[in-house]
Design a protein around this ligand. Structure first.
Ligand code: SF4
Length: 518
């Protein structure tokens, strides 16, 4: 076990219980304990405090707490290789009951793992340069980005090297493994905000600035976004950052969060609360104390929002090459299907696969002459479609009660069947994004959906039944969270209720509703 740091907040008597757990033993130290002890001695041997620290290994107990775990694997910037995909598929087949979920932070999630399997899984991941470490916990989580980075006709620069630098800097860095709460970074140079900047703790978005006689391409910086029960949109700081300064600025923002973030209540510990209290101006001043002077904001190059959707075959920045945006309904697939995606990436593309924050996937770098054959591949025709139906294609769901201990209701299968029902019931020629979450934590990002559905319970004559609060009008185009309707709808009436609501929307919607980019 590494020597524990003496943090300056260590003697604060108002720290919450989790803070004491982290001070007693750093979250990262649990990885060694899992490998050397728990994976040999089994579930019953796990100490209660270490169970809380399992998150730093990217592992949570799944529901019901009977010895099975879920694991999240970081896919930095949402780009993985076919070799990595095959290793992930092997883990799902051997240990995870053949289940693979793509998450809204472009990560891959397994279920049904036992503690005995974890040491082998860590090794398998590491053998192909992947890691589950710090994919959960109070630390810098999976760094999200543009899954088209390097091939995107709508990006101002290739962000892959920057994401790699950030990943190398933060992963397993004990200076930042004890933050007040989870911490989410996004970096994208796509002008359509592919990485959902405003809902991240720290985001970098494309910008340019004249510095002397030189026009410099770089980033604007946003801090303090986040969803959950009290959602906040990130605020932009008045600074311009060159690509080579991103790591230093990210380190500065993270240092401020680590040293000044709130550690008294878990529900009031995210960076968004500190930013809301300080304001963007004070936050910038404190940041500059750490980084030294930075130029003021330049020209913002964001031009709206593509909502993270890339369906179909599209020309890349490289002439003669295409990328394919494929639909993975509610982000769930099995091991064979993931292996099949790896085959497609090798046979048609350059061996890389993109994971999207909409729980979908991309095959990158397909030469023009292979496009027709790709289009005819059976899995593309029947399963991971290039042009999915309106509702199945734009449905997002969190994990829900099937595996999540915090869930109030079932979500994944319900969202999938609800989307199929709507596709059969309502004809709509523009996408409508529906996000379902099983509790207010909002892993399925319901606040930014056109229609957000949040699980709840209602009392009826026959007892408590599952129901949903319905929210409408969320977007990052002109950023705003969706608004709650006054009705709470029981799950048996949800389909007909939404069919009616969407029919009403269809009749009233303006011809210029901004859906063209999806
Ligand atoms: Fe679980 Fe709630 Fe997150 Fe859904 S939103 S995965 S129910 S914590």
């Amino acid at each position: 076990m590494a020597e524990q740091k003496k943090w300056k907040w260590a003697d604060d008597p108002s720290l919450n219980k989790m803070e004491l757990t982290k001070l007693e033993k750093d979250g990262l130290d649990v990885i060694e304990t899992i490998v050397n002890r728990y994976s040999k001695e089994g579930y019953q041997s796990i100490d209660e405090a270490d169970m809380d620290r399992f998150k730093w290994a990217g592992v949570y107990q799944q529901r019901p707490k009977d010895g099975h775990f879920m694991m999240r694997v970081r896919i930095p910037g949402g780009i993985l290789t076919s070799e990595q995909a095959r290793v992930l598929a092997g883990i799902a087949a051997d240990y995870g009951r053949d289940l693979v979920d793509v998450t809204t932070r472009q990560a891959v999630q397994f279920h049904w793992l036992t503690v005995e399997s974890l040491a082998d899984i860590f090794n398998r991941l590491s053998s192909v340069g992947l890691s589950s470490f710090e994919a959960c916990g109070d630390c810098p989580r999976t760094i999200v980005g543009n899954p088209l980075a390097g091939i995107d006709p709508h990006e101002i620069l290739d962000t892959r090297p920057i994401i790699r630098q950030l990943e190398n800097f933060f992963l397993l860095n004990r200076e930042f493994s004890n933050l007040p709460r989870k911490y989410k970074i996004s970096v994208s140079a796509n002008i359509y905000n592919a990485a959902h900047a405003q809902i991240n703790d720290l985001a970098f978005t494309p910008a340019k600035k004249m510095i002397g006689n030189e026009e410099v391409l770089g980033f604007h910086v946003w801090v303090g976004g986040g969803l959950s029960a009290k959602p906040y949109l990130a605020q932009q700081l008045d600074v311009f950052v060159r690509p080579e300064q991103v790591v230093e600025v990210a380190a500065g923002v993270t240092t401020l969060f680590r040293d000044f973030g709130y550690r008294q209540k878990r529900t009031h510990a995210r960076l968004k609360f500190l930013v809301a209290d300080w304001g963007a101006e004070k936050f910038k001043e404190e940041l500059l104390n750490l980084t030294g002077a930075l130029p003021e904001r330049g020209e913002d190059l964001l031009q709206g929002w593509n909502a993270g959707y890339f369906y179909g075959l599209h020309e890349q920045r490289q002439a003669g090459y295409f990328y394919a945006g494929l639909s993975v309904p509610v982000g769930r697939m099995n091991a064979d299907e993931l292996s099949e995606l790896a085959r497609l990436a090798d046979e048609y593309g350059d061996g890389t696969i993109g994971t999207c924050n909409t729980q979908n996937v991309l095959i990158r770098n397909i030469p023009a002459e292979k496009v027709d054959a790709f289009r005819s591949e059976p899995i593309v025709v029947s399963r991971f479609k290039l042009k999915p139906n309106t509702f199945v294609g734009y449905a997002v769901s969190c994990t829900g009660i099937e595996y999540c201990n915090l869930a109030i209701v079932e979500t994944k299968e319900r969202m999938r069947s609800l989307a199929e029902y709507l596709d059969q019931t309502v004809q709509l020629d523009t996408p409508l994004r529906i996000h379902m979450v099983g509790c207010p934590n909002s892993c399925g990002q319901r606040q930014i959906a056109d229609i957000g559905l949040q699980g709840a319970l209602v009392k009826t004559a026959s007892g408590m039944v599952e129901a949903f609060d319905v929210y409408v009008g969320g977007t990052l185009e002109d950023p705003r969270f969706n608004q709650k309707l006054s009705a709470r709808v029981t799950s048996d009436r949800l389909g007909p209720f939404l069919a009616q609501l969407i029919t009403l929307y269809k009749a009233e919607k303006r011809a210029d509703e901004p859906y063209w980019r999806y």
